[in-house]
Design a binder for this molecule. Sequence first.
Ligand code: AMP
Ligand code: ZN
Length: 114
Amino acid sequence: MKDCIFCKIINNEIPSEKVYEDENILAFEDINPKAPVHILLIPKLHFASLNEIPEDKKGLIGDLLLAAKKIAAQKKIDKKGYRIVLNTGKESGQEVSHVHFHLLGGRRMTWPPG
Ligand code: AMP
Ligand code: ZN
């Protein structure tokens, strides 16, 4: 998708610190980390948000979560705990319109989220 910064990251038009990549998924360091570990996981196909993911792509959601689990283990936050966030739409604070999971860890999280 033209003008999407995450599609540009996928196409290497914008640099990123990649931590995981396969045929369908890319994970990279968040440029403005909110925790000692802050990774973004995205599908290589462009969907503006969770709302746009069709039924026939539901496997992608599981793939993204399982990739997050592996990265959590690599980053050694799997035992202590971590948080996965999927902002959807304006009120959630979603700023980038390419669906992405945040993997956050390395510090104590608070609840409820802000
Ligand atoms: P959200 O508010 O859920 O849409 O999250 C968007 C996230 O993308 C924020 O945490 C930003 O810091 C992050 N972000 C924006 N641009 C970049 C970039 N070029 N490389 C890495 N992370 C980015
Ligand atoms: Zn995109």
